[in-house]
Design a protein around this ligand. Structure first.
Ligand code: ADP
Ligand code: ZN
Length: 438
C-alpha cells in the first residue's frame, strides 16, 4: 500500500557528482567570504590559522579552514555567530543542551525556505503528497523537530496534524479518527506509540503506511521492530539545529544510508583525535559546512556524531553522498574500564533477544575504583505472564550478559525489569545514566 517514492529536485539530487563538487566549491567560497566579513569571532579564528577567503578556491580547500564546535555557540550566545543584522533574522530555533546555556541558531527567510525544501525532499522520498495526512509528534517549539517536519509536510501539500509530543492516548485517538497515513517522531516514541496501539487492540484501526523517524540514534533492529509493530515503512531522517534541523540527510527506499542534501551542505569525516579528513567508508566524526545558509553559517562544524560516508551512486537515482547510521557520539560514548561502549551496540543485542522489549537504560557507576555497567531492560508482557517467568528470566539474564560480552567485550550486570517500568520519553530517550564523579 506504499506509494511511489519521488525525487523532488532531480536537478540537484541527481546532479553529476563532479559538477556538484564545483558548485559546492563556489558556494563554499561565497560562504567563507560572507562569514569572514560579518562574523568577527570566526574572522579572528581564520586570521589565527593564517587563512583568508582567497585561499578557498575549490571544495578541496575546505581542509584549510578551522573547525567550529558546540562550545563556540555557547561562548557567543545568543547572537555572536549571526552573519546578518538581526532584522533579517525571521526565526530562532534552539537545542536543549543538557548542560549549561542552550544554543540557538538564527534563520533568514531564505534559510527557512531551504530547510523546508530539504525536509520536503525527505517527504517526497516516502511518496508523501497532498493525499497524505501527516501526524507530527515531535515537540514544537525551539526544538527543530516539530516545526521542521511541519514545514516540509506543508510544502508537500499534505494535511498536517501538528500534535507535538506527549499525550499518547490523544495521539492514538487522532490517528484513528483522522486516519493519519504518515508518522513523524523519534524512533523511541514510535516504538512506545506502536506498543500502545497494539496493547489497545487498535492495530487494524490505523491507516499509517510510513514514518520519518530521527533526532536520536536507532538501529536496523529497531527499524524492523517498528515496521512490524505498525506495519509501516520506517525511514531515517537526520539533522541538527546548528546546520538546519531535520532534513540534513534522509533515507530513500533503498534504506542503505541517508542521502545528504549536498547542494546545501558539505559533509566530511575526520579522525576525532587528529582532525585529519578520512577516506570514504572509514568511520569517524561527521563534520558539516553549510554552503547556502546566510543567517548563521557554520564552517566545518564538528557534530561529534560517528558514522561513515558512501559516495556510490544509489539505485534510487540520487547521486548525493550517503551517511551510514550514527553508531555513537564521540561525547556520549561511555568509557567503561577503558573500553569504548556505544549504547547502540547494546541496543542491537537487546532488540534481537526474544523476551525483552527495546526499552533500556545503561547505568554506569564506580565501585571500589572500578567501573560498573548495569543494563536495565524490560521484559515483554508475554514473559511477565508466564508461570515459570523467574526461571526464564534468569536464563535470559545470562544470555544477554554473554551476548553483550561478545559484542562489547566487557562484563555487565543485566537487570530485567517489569514491563513498562522504565521511564518513557516523548522526545529523545535518555539511555545513559552516568553516576561516576569523573
Ligand atoms: P541536541 O540533541 O543537542 O539537543 P539537536 O536536537 O539539534 O540537538 O540534535 C542533533 C543531534 O541529534 C545530532 O547531532 C545527532 O546526534 C542526533 N540525531 C539527529 N537525528 C539523528 C538520526 N536520524 N540518527 C541518529 N542521531 C540523530
Ligand atoms: Zn537512494
Amino acid at each position: 500500500m506504499s506509494k511511489d517514492p519521488r525525487i523532488l529536485d532531480p536537478e540537484m539530487e541527481c546532479m553529476d557528482p563532479q559538477e556538484r563538487r564545483i558548485l559546492q566549491g563556489k558556494r563554499l567560497r561565497e560562504t567563507v567570504e560572507h562569514e569572514y566579513n560579518n562574523v568577527p569571532f570566526y574572522r579572528e579564528r581564520m586570521d589565527a590559522a593564517g587563512v583568508t577567503p582567497e585561499d578557498i578556491n575549490s571544495i578541496d580547500d575546505i581542509v584549510k579552514l578551522p573547525f567550529m564546535e558546540k562550545t563556540d555557540l555557547r561562548d557567543t550566545f545568543p547572537f555572536g555567530l549571526f552573519a546578518v543584522p538581526n532584522e533579517e533574522i525571521v526565526r530562532i530555533q534552539g537545542s536543549s543542551g543538557t548542560t549549561g546555556k542552550p544554543i540557538v541558531s538564527g534563520y533568514t527567510a531564505g534559510d527557512v525556505e531551504n530547510w523546508t525544501r530539504m525536509v520536503a525532499r525527505a517527504m517526497a522520498s516516502i511518496g508523501a503528497d497532498k493525499d497524505d495526512i501527516i501526524q507530527i509528534c515531535y515537540g514544537y517549539g525551539l526544538f527543530t523537530g516539530g516545526l521542521g517536519a511541519h514545514q516540509g509536510a506543508t510544502e508537500i501539500g499534505a494535511m498536517v496534524v501538528p500534535m507535538s509530543s506527549g499525550n499518547t492516548q490523544r495521539q492514538m485517538m487522532m490517528m484513528e479518527e483522522l486516519g493519519s497515513t504518515i508518522l513523524c517522531c523519534t524512533p523511541s516514541y514510535a516504538t512506545y506509540l506502536g506498543e500502545s496501539i497494539v496493547d489497545a487492540g487498535k492495530r487494524d484501526k490505523i491507516r499509517l503506511r510510513a514514518g520519518l523517524f530521527g533526532a536520536e540514534p536507532w538501529t536496523e533492529a529497531m527499524r524492523q521492530h517498528i515496521e512490524e509493530l505498525l506495519g509501516i515503512d520506517a525511514r531515517d531522517i537526520y539533522g541538527l539545529t546548528e546546520i538546519a534541523g531535520p532534513g540534513v540527510a534522509f533515507e530513500c527506499q533503498e534504506k542503505h544510508g541517508a542521502h545528504i542534501n549536498e547542494d546545501h551542505v558539505i559533509a566530511e569525516i575526520i579522525d576525532p583525535a587528529t582532525g585529519k579528513q578520512l577516506p570514504y567508508g572509514t568511520p569517524g566524526e561527521l563534520v558539516f559546512t553549510t554552503i547556502t545558509k546566510k543567517g548563521m553559517p557554520m564552517l566545518r562544524y564538528r557534530t561529534h556524531d560517528i558514522c561513515t560516508l558512501h559516495p556510490e551512486k544509489c539505485a534510487c537515482g540520487r547521486t548525493t553522498v550517503r551517511m551510514g547510521r550514527i553508531t555513537g557520539r564521540t561525547d556520549d560514548m561511555i568509557i567503561v574500564r577503558g573500553v569504548n561502549v556505544f549504547p547502540s551496540q547494546i541496543e542491537t543485542v537487546l532488540v534481537r533477544t526474544p523476551g525483552v522489549a527495546p526499552h533500556y537504560q545503561l547505568i554506569v557507576d564506580r565501585v571500589n575504583n572500578s567501573d560498573t555497567l548495569e543494563v536495565k531492560v524490560e521484559m515483554t508482557e508475554e514473559l511477565f505472564s508466564q508461570t515459570d517467568s523467574l526461571g526464564e528470566m534468569q536464563k535470559l539474564q545470562k544470555y544477554i550478559q554473554s551476548e553483550i560480552k561478545s559484542v562489547v567485550g566487557i562484563l555487565t550486570k543485566v537487570t530485567i525489569t517489569a514491563p513498562k517500568s522504565l521511564p518513557r520519553s516523548e522526545g529523545k530517550a535518555k539511555r545513559v545514566i552516568d553516576n561516576r564523579k569523573l
